[in-house]
Design a protein around this ligand. Structure first.
Ligand code: 4AD
Ligand code: MG
Length: 437
């Protein structure tokens, strides 16, 4: 008989079906056995009655250990008191493989233990909820750009130069003594594809040799980056707020159950609607000074610096929506940022800070348009001009104002799920002290 996925059992209520999966949990009263079966699409409670099935079926069930693989035949039936919830009256069980004693049991385990067993931990309910939200977000990201005139143009992972500063570069040996770096961002290539196609995006893994052990940093993460020709900082802020509103809306539509399992406060997400507040860096600094005066911040923020995690948290607590902090001092931002025409010491950049203290989820802005100024910046940042010759070409051949941003998928998932740490939002996280499993 053809396999039915647990997610689809409602359609076959009352008919005999076959489920191929694993034993998630079991309890027995001596006459009745309750077997929780999972197949990746969901979990169903199977009910086995000693007197209703042949003895061999009961004996097989008694042999089952947690995570044993099984093929179960039975009839799904709606729970009398819980509409929409199905149970399976089990008629037969085929044992595919008995699992050895499973390391992850229903009791509490420490996080390091769970991370060491990430390849198995992925089978648990919580990880399912988080990774399904991740999938939904990724689907929404693609749908948003695909239906708004953007062309997907993926960018390389081996690159000859730094995009986001030289301190977080992973160097690899390329051929014939040549060095290459794992990409920190597809942006520079996006600028080329945007000049070719108008509106583009790339979406792939990016790498940062982050020496910081925080709950926001991975060394390998997925970033989606749109880039638009003939666009300004203001245009990119508008794009970012529409984009985030769309994503949140989608998750609310399609992943309610998962959010409920994670005990996410849905009202906080329902409040996420464009337009988002915009906060000039100068005003952000005023806000931080106020926070310091009131004893809510430990350090007095100096104008000119980059925002630290406590600063971002403090600012975001003032808003229900993500807040867009714009026009940072050029000195704390990347070399490619267009200066503000009225105050050249400021860069036309924006960071979008998620609410509830989740910090920066998007970074972007308007790109330097002038060939001369870009050359100066590359020199000021001690970057090798030879590695950027092709990038400079973009300013020689039909340069236009252009802008874009990058969003780290894992930061976004962490926020939308309302969880503590970014490490659970990617199947196999890579961090300062972890590249296993
Ligand atoms: O602010 P960042 O460094 O911006 C850029 O890379 C631009 N070139 C993007 C662009 O304009 N096309 O990174 C963008 C986002 C951050 O806001 C954050 O969400 C995520 O990437 N990010 C990280 N996520 C997890 N771990 C890290 N170490 C991250 N570093 C950045
Ligand atoms: Mg940033």
């Amino acid at each position: 008989m053809k396999q039915t996925y647990i997610a689809d059992v409602a359609r076959q209520a009352g008919q005999e079906i076959v489920i191929k999966g694993w034993l998630y949990n079991a309890r027995s009263s001596g006459k009745l056995m309750f077997l929780e079966i999972r197949d990746g699409s969901g979990i169903i409670q199977g009910v086995l009655s000693k007197k209703a099935v042949p003895e061999t079926v009961w004996e097989t069930a008694e042999k089952l250990t947690q995570e044993s693989s099984i093929i179960v035949t039975g009839i799904p039936r709606e729970h009398p008191k819980r509409p929409g919830v199905f149970e399976l009256d089990i008629a037969a069980i085929e044992l595919v493989a008995v699992a050895e004693p499973y390391p992850i049991t229903p009791k509490d385990h420490g996080i390091e233990f769970l991370m060491d067993h990430r390849h198995l931990w992925l089978r648990s309910r919580r990880q399912h909820a988080i990774l399904r939200v991740r999938h939904e977000i990724i689907r929404a990201v693609r749908d948003f750009f695909d239906s708004n005139g953007f062309i997907l143009c993926d960018t390389p992972i081996f690159t000859p130069a730094a995009c986001e500063g030289t301190t977080t570069l992973f160097e690899v040996d390329y051929f014939d003594d040549e060095k290459a770096y794992l990409t920190q961002s597809g942006q520079l290539y996006n600028e080329a594809t945007a000049a070719a196609f108008g509106r583009t995006y790339c979406f792939g893994p990016t790498f940062r040799a982050e020496k910081s052990k925080t709950r926001r940093h991975l060394t390998e993460f997925w970033m989606v980056e749109p880039e638009v020709a003939y666009a300004t900082l203001e245009d990119t802020m508008e794009l970012a707020e529409n984009f985030l509103s769309f994503i949140v809306q989608r998750v609310l539509e399609n992943r309610r159950e998962e959010l409920a399992f994670l005990e996410r406060d849905i009202t906080k997400l329902e409040a996420i609607k464009a337009p988002f507040p915009r906060l000039h860096y100068d005003d952000a600094v005023k806000m931080l000074h106020q926070g310091f005066a009131e004893g809510k911040l430990e350090h007095k923020f100096e104008w000119g610096g980059d925002l630290g995690a406590p600063d971002e948290t403090y600012i975001s607590e003032h808003f229900d929506c993500p807040v867009m902090v714009h026009r940072y001092p050029a000195q704390v931002k990347a070399f490619y940022m267009e200066p503000d025409a009225e105050r050249p010491e400021l860069a036309l950049g924006v960071d979008v800070l998620a609410p509830e203290g989740y910090g920066e989820i998007i970074g972007g802005g308007q790109r330097m348009m002038s060939l001369e100024k870009l050359r100066e910046r590359i020199a000021e940042h001690n970057l090798p001009e030879s590695a950027f010759d092709w990038y400079l070409d973009l300013r020689k051949y039909g340069t236009v104002p252009h802008a874009g941003f990058g969003m780290g998928i894992e930061r976004c998932v962490t926020w939308i799920c309302g969880i503590e740490h970014v490490r659970e939002t990617i199947p196999f996280p890579r961090m300062l002290y972890r590249i296993r499993p």
